[in-house]
Design a binder for this molecule. Structure first.
Ligand code: BJ8
Length: 425
């Protein structure tokens, strides 16, 4: 790993505290990932990216800012259309929110009864222990859940924030409103970058990001096989990296890995033993470096075959219609994809999510479903009622679990998940 200390100092980070994170992450990654047998060689690239996640990509972003005058826009939700930023010559990136390391910092400014994802985001920002938060020229929030809405007000005390007001229903007038929000967002991004979003640049970015989604979906399709050539935790890692990496390079590396998996498919190679139980996860996102559940499931005789989550299928399954000829049509197509095809629990009603879970459980031949809720996420917790009811009606075994970023519940989860998988036998 290169020494990034000078870069972190120049970013005004609390380097001493950040060093503690740098010490524990490689150990955690090694325990979860490097202990696996028969991993595809194509995982080497993703190992490298995560091994220096606060070094390689931040250095690239700073270089692009300094040498090409590019602007970096940080986002927190998959409802925010990345296409707009790339079409204006900027770079869109996800922001760190998956580690307990940042939670106490978040609790300094937020109520304890706030979900860990929000607390970690604000902790990473205010404690100055994440380079991505230091690099961004603009943060873009959204009005999805109450916790986030209030958190943006606190975050905006010392940084510029732009908020997209997402409708909470999916009626025709809601699509019109979301189109208007996307148009306003284009205006804001043009102002920040100093570049116009043109028909050509928007079309190009739609195609570029669709290619990224297609590569991820190609990867997910291997998990439908009886012989699964890649572990669930490896696919989760790739989904997590998707939020940070350069999209074109990322697509290339995912497709390269898929070429290797194609050979494994022909040779009927599986990384799991015969009879391993196939698990579909649904619920709140698992941001990097939250690998806890995958590790527990896959060390307890299960294989995670699909994530009906924003760090999973919800991120990549639906494409933007590429047939738009002018900005208006393209905005309409973006609105259709980013409102119509993301079934977050912030919507009412949200039956499409339940239909998705049933469909995906069948497509990925899941033996059981685990409904995951991050502590204090009220909307997903409440929607768990419909998830469990629908699974019972479909005859698909299902358990609901609530967790956070600490390891305090690890033993209890191992017992519960172990018993669930045992029951599937
Ligand atoms: S589209 S899931 S990324 S909002 S877990 S912060 S909902 S209290 S992250 Fe999300 Fe967009 Fe929806 Fe996906 Fe609130 Fe719940 Fe926390 Fe959440």
């Amino acid at each position: 790993m290169t020494d990034n200390h000078l870069m972190w100092e120049n970013l005004g980070m609390d380097v001493k505290t950040h060093d503690i994170l740098c010490e524990v992450l490689p150990q955690a990654f090694g325990d979860v990932y490097l202990t696996q047998e028969n991993r595809p060689n194509g995982m080497d690239y993703f190992n490298m990216v995560v091994g220096d996640i606060h070094g390689i990509r931040p250095a690239e972003l700073i270089k692009l800012q300094e040498e090409e005058g590019k602007k970096v826009v940080g986002t927190f939700c998959i409802h925010v259309p990345d296409e707009v930023v790339f079409a204006a010559g900027g770079i869109s990136t996800g922001l760190c929110s998956g580690s307990q390391f940042w939670v106490p910092g978040g609790e300094k400014v937020l109520p304890t009864a706030t979900c860990p994802l929000i607390k970690a985001s604000l902790g990473a920002h205010f404690d100055k222990t994440c380079p991505f938060f230091r690099i961004c020229d603009l943060f873009v929030g959204e009005t999805t859940c109450d916790g986030k809405k209030k958190a943006w007000e606190i975050l905006s005390e010392d940084t510029e924030m732009y908020i997209m007001d997402i409708p909470q229903m999916k009626r025709p007038q809601d699509f019109k409103k979301w189109e208007e929000e996307i148009r306003n967002y284009i205006g804001k991004i043009e102002e920040i970058t100093g570049n116009k979003v043109t028909e050509e640049s928007l079309k190009d970015s739609i195609v570029m990001l669709n290619n990224k989604r297609k590569a991820l979906q190609r990867l997910n399709n291997f998990r439908k096989l009886d012989n699964i050539p890649i572990s669930g935790r490896d696919v989760l890692l790739i989904h997590q990296i998707a939020f940070y990496d350069d999209p074109t390079r990322f697509t290339e590396m995912v497709n390269k890995l898929c070429d290797e998996l194609e050979k494994r498919k022909e040779e009927k190679v599986s990384v799991f033993e015969k009879g391993t139980k196939r698990i579909l996860l649904t619920g709140t996102p698992l941001s990097i470096p939250n690998w806890k559940l995958h590790q527990i499931i896959e060390n307890s005789g299960g294989a995670v075959v699909c994530e009906e989550m924003c760090t999973g299928i919800r991120y990549c399954e639906a494409l933007v219609d590429e047939s738009g000829e002018n900005i208006d049509e393209m905005v309409e197509n973006l609105a259709e994809r980013y409102l119509g095809h993301i079934n977050c629990a912030c919507f009412t009603p949200n039956k499409s999510r339940i239909d998705d879970i049933i469909r995906l459980a069948k497509e990925y031949k899941a033996d059981g479903v685990i409904d995951v809720n991050l502590k204090f996420c009220n909307i997903y917790d409440t929607e768990g009622y419909f998830v469990e009811k629908a699974m019972a009606e479909e005859g698909i075994p299902c358990i609901g679990i609530e967790t956070d970023y600490t390891d305090e519940d690890a033993e209890q989860l191992k017992t519960r998940i172990g018993a669930f998988i045992e029951m599937l036998n």
